[in-house]
Design a protein around this ligand. Sequence first.
Ligand SMILES: NC(=O)c1ccc[n+]([C@@H]2O[C@H](COP(=O)([O-])OP(=O)(O)OC[C@H]3O[C@@H](n4cnc5c(N)ncnc54)[C@H](O)[C@@H]3O)[C@@H](O)[C@H]2O)c1
Length: 283
Amino acid sequence: MEIARVGVVGLGTMGAGIAQVCLQAGFEVVGREVEAELGEQARGRIDHYLGRGVEKERLTRDDKDAALARLTLTTELADLAGCQLVIEAAFEDLAVKRELFGELDRLVPAPAILATNTSALSVTQIADATATPERVVGLHFFNPAPVLPLVEVVRTAHTGDEAFDAAFGFAQRLGKEPVACNDTPGFIVNRILIPLLNDCVRVLDEARVSPEDVDRALRFGAGWPLGPCALIDLIGVDVHVHASEALHRALGEERMAPPERLLEMQREARLGRKSGQGFFSYD
Ligand SMILES: NC(=O)c1ccc[n+]([C@@H]2O[C@H](COP(=O)([O-])OP(=O)(O)OC[C@H]3O[C@@H](n4cnc5c(N)ncnc54)[C@H](O)[C@@H]3O)[C@@H](O)[C@H]2O)c1
């Protein structure tokens, strides 16, 4: 089955970025938001980022116009029926995703692939909400999706080879760097990075080090391109805390639990770059 039309469910930070990557790679995209206005906002963001690409001469104005012309917006899941692949990028909540997959399973005929972009939920539990778990995979893009090359392609015990291979090949056609992975909590990167970032934050208080100095230590001592505090500010404190809590629930290791300092930052809405203030200030 040739993938030509891709459905994207949820056009928030990740969904809009994933839709943009698919459009730029030449796929037709049907983007589904819960409200038409949210869809239009996502189209505006995609338009903006493609425009920046034109300014930087990464693509031509004609490429940009052609990419935007391949995007259709809808509020109806039923409009995804003609897609060969649907990528779900909705709110990180198991009940929300299970309900969506139950509906997608009814509305989008097999053998179309149903993929989730979940960061820390079980792909298996999401797939269990369908009658066709053999066509369910994880396609875990990283933020910002148009910039970061990695896509973790996640298989459950029920994922069929056909769906998995097609999803892997699709990520390659996007120009990404797919890595195959089994459905385990946090997959590869988050399983390693989340407790590591939590350790970095704990060192701030234990060793009474400033965020600037923890960042300098990891940059100049471990070769990190970006310090851990700057990285959490980029990810978003709320997103990181949410993923930490999910990993902690799944694996029960104390290092997975979000440090108190991050919970306090979340309560005070110091969420990082997106709120203008996190460990550091942003204009
Ligand atoms: N932000 C990241 O760094 C990142 C990275 C990789 C993966 N993810 C994963 O991507 C997914 C989306 O995250 P995001 O950061 O784009 O979130 P976001 O808050 O920016 O967007 C969430 C989207 O879900 C939609 N939504 C909310 N409730 C819904 C419902 N009941 N039914 C259907 N849609 C609903 C919203 O309209 C919105 O489009 C999550 O599973 C998250 O774990 C996030």
